[in-house]
Design a protein around this ligand. Structure first.
Ligand SMILES: Cc1cc2nc3c(=O)[nH]c(=O)nc-3n(C[C@H](O)[C@H](O)[C@H](O)COP(=O)(O)OP(=O)(O)OC[C@H]3O[C@@H](n4cnc5c(N)ncnc54)[C@H](O)[C@@H]3O)c2cc1C
Ligand SMILES: NC(=O)c1ccc[n+]([C@@H]2O[C@H](COP(=O)([O-])OP(=O)(O)OC[C@H]3O[C@@H](n4cnc5c(N)ncnc54)[C@H](OP(=O)(O)O)[C@@H]3O)[C@@H](O)[C@H]2O)c1
Length: 224
């Protein structure tokens, strides 16, 4: 007897208030070569190539998050870091913030390999910039130049302003790759607290990991 298939989790990329009755996802289709043969991810290839769109039922379930949520106070600023498919929950957050109409500013850091091929939700993001709903949008395209540019490099470049937002009570969110990106972003936050908050490494680590993350619960992660 074989093991049961494990479910695959996907962040919901839409706000129910903006799209009543719908749930939208942002899915990166997993395709690669192994021993010179094309291989693919079980669930994502099913979604891309095999799904029956005639209305036949598909087994899905909802698993609501208790912690990766917007601040209750709609006037609180938020910084969102979501490279790759990590943008998914932030598209939903932005839709909800626009719907809610609070005064809190929204700053999105997004990146992927190239602006030409992976600029997800480009028109929507440009519309949010034009309307002022997105106060700031900072990109990190890793393969559009010789050297790699990642979101953590951009965070450090904007360190002084990020520190001002933190002092003003901003929430900080990360979504996406757990193995490398989230760890590097975490280190960048500690460096920002040292460089712009004038803290020792020990105090900066305490501020980011204990004060912001555990006590104030305004540094929130959804990483995989
Ligand atoms: C909380 C959470 C939220 C998530 N949200 C999202 C989301 O919003 N969007 C999204 O796209 N994904 C998201 N994921 C990831 C998602 O759940 C699946 O893991 C992903 O879509 C792959 O599933 P799959 O069945 O297609 O691949 P699988 O059949 O599970 O295969 C994945 C495996 O393929 C192998 N593999 C992949 N690429 C290569 C390569 N280039 N070379 C060699 N081996 C390789 C690796 O071993 C990898 O572990 C999330 C995961 C979690 C835990
Ligand atoms: N081989 C695999 O198993 C495989 C393949 C694809 C995705 N994934 C996983 O699937 C999930 C989602 O992938 P995704 O398609 O959304 O995008 P992703 O693979 O997370 O890549 C998004 C962007 O992050 C960059 N990046 C790579 N290392 C980084 C680091 N240390 N810090 C910051 N940014 C970094 C990538 O740059 P560069 O790629 O130019 O370095 C790319 O520009 C992740 O968990 C990822 O690890 C796994």
């Amino acid at each position: 007897m074989s093991d049961r298939l494990k479910p695959r989790l996907y962040s919901i990329a839409s706000s129910h208030d903006a799209h009543p009755g719908f749930v939208e996802l942002t899915v990166g289709i997993v395709r690669f070569e192994y021993n010179n043969r094309p291989r693919g991810g079980l669930c994502t290839v099913f979604m891309a190539d095999e799904i029956d769109t005639s209305g036949a039922p598909i087994g899905v379930f909802m698993s609501p998050t208790k912690s990766f949520i917007l601040p209750e106070d709609k006037d609180t600023d938020i910084i969102m870091v979501g490279p790759g498919t990590g943008i998914a929950p932030f598209r939903a957050f932005m839709e909800q913030r626009v719907f809610d109409g609070g005064k809190g500013r929204n700053w999105l850091f997004f990146g992927d390999q190239s602006a030409k091929t992976e600029f997800y939700y480009k028109e929507t993001i440009e519309d949010w910039m034009d309307s002022g709903d997105l106060y700031k949008f900072t990109t990190a395209w890793s393969r559009d130049q010789e050297e790699k540019i990642y979101v953590q490099h951009r965070l450090k470049e904007h360190g002084a302003e990020i520190w001002e937002w933190f002092e003003n009570g901003a929430y900080f969110y990360i979504c996406g790759d757990k193995t490398y990106m989230a760890k590097d972003v975490h280190r960048a936050l500690i460096a920002i607290a040292e460089d712009h908050g004038g803290m020792s490494n020990e105090d900066a680590t305490h501020f980011i990991e204990k004060t912001m993350m555990r006590e104030q619960k305004r540094y929130l992660r959804d990483v995989y």
